[in-house]
Design a protein around this ligand. Structure first.
Ligand code: FPP
Length: 251
């Protein structure tokens, strides 16, 4: 034994598709908004748990671009919950030095939600150790379209040449340009879909699906997901043998 730890590291960045609020409510005879309210409680607990477990980046799929198709009453409840969450949590985020980001077509959210978001983002903009990102009115396909438009504008201004562009250059135009790619994507509630969430960024992410409904997903369930992640071999296109005995670096 050389005393070095063989324990694989936890992910730096986790993305979560928080699914199952509606079923959680239905199972108990409650309304769907009540399920979302419980979901928001679980969200708060997971933000704390990530910090306790040293996960620096957490991205939560809180409202997809497709969620506008839900009944008006549910959309209104989700927007109200978002504003309530921001007004209650901003103080805690500041205290815990967590920087808030938002990704998605934020300018299409109701004005009051945009104002609440801006206030919270401004209040936490100096922090760099911990990052919480809310995906709101988010769709990976829209993100790619918006990035392509911004990229085309940069080309038209002569700032970049398409001939020499690589992925790093293009990805600077994604909403997530300030964030590392996610290492682990979790989806709760037994669904095994990605539903338009971080499609470009999760090219090499590990995926973890659990039957647990989002309001029941707590620190213990997060620990289980992390243990599963640490058991995976992330090869990034290499062979297992190459990873086991990496080629010596040339002098
Ligand atoms: C999916 O469950 C969940 C959503 C569309 C909303 C996610 C919102 C929260 C977890 C609470 C609020 C969070 C913040 C940050 C304010 P579903 O409604 O599709 O559940 P179902 O599939 O069981 O119907």
């Amino acid at each position: 034994m050389n005393g070095e730890s063989t324990e694989k590291p936890n992910p730096r960045h986790i993305g979560i598709i928080m699914d199952g609020n509606g079923r959680w409510a239905k199972q108990r005879g409650h309304s769907r908004p009540r399920g979302h309210k419980e979901g928001a409680k679980a969200t708060r607990a997971i933000i704390d748990a990530c910090q306790e477990l040293g996960i620096r980046y957490l991205t939560l799929y809180a409202f997809s671009a497709e969620n506008w198709n839900r009944p008006d009453m549910e959309v209104r409840a989700l927007m109200e919950l978002l504003e309530l969450f921001l007004s209650r949590e901003t103080k805690t985020l500041v205290k815990k030095r967590v920087r808030l980001h938002a990704i998605g077509r934020i300018d299409e959210l109701p004005d009051s939600a945009q104002k609440a978001l801006k206030k919270a983002i401004d209040a936490t903009k100096e922090f760099d150790d911990w990052h919480l990102t809310l995906a709101l009115n988010y769709s990976s396909r829209n993100e790619v379209l918006d990035a392509a438009k911004a990229f085309a504008q940069a080309v038209a201004k002569g700032e970049i040449s398409p001939d020499t562009t690589d992925w790093d250059d293009f990805s600077r135009h994604l909403y997530t340009s300030e964030l590392p790619d996610p290492d682990l994507i979790i989806r709760t509630s037994g669904e095994t879909r990605i539903s338009n969430f971080l499609l470009m960024q999760s090219a090499y992410a590990e995926f973890y699906f659990t039957e647990t409904l989002w309001p029941d997903f707590g620190k213990e369930q997060l620990r289980q997901a992390l243990a599963c992640y640490r058991n995976r071999e992330r090869r990034f296109g290499k062979t297992g043998e190459q990873l086991a005995s990496p080629a010596p670096t040339p002098a």
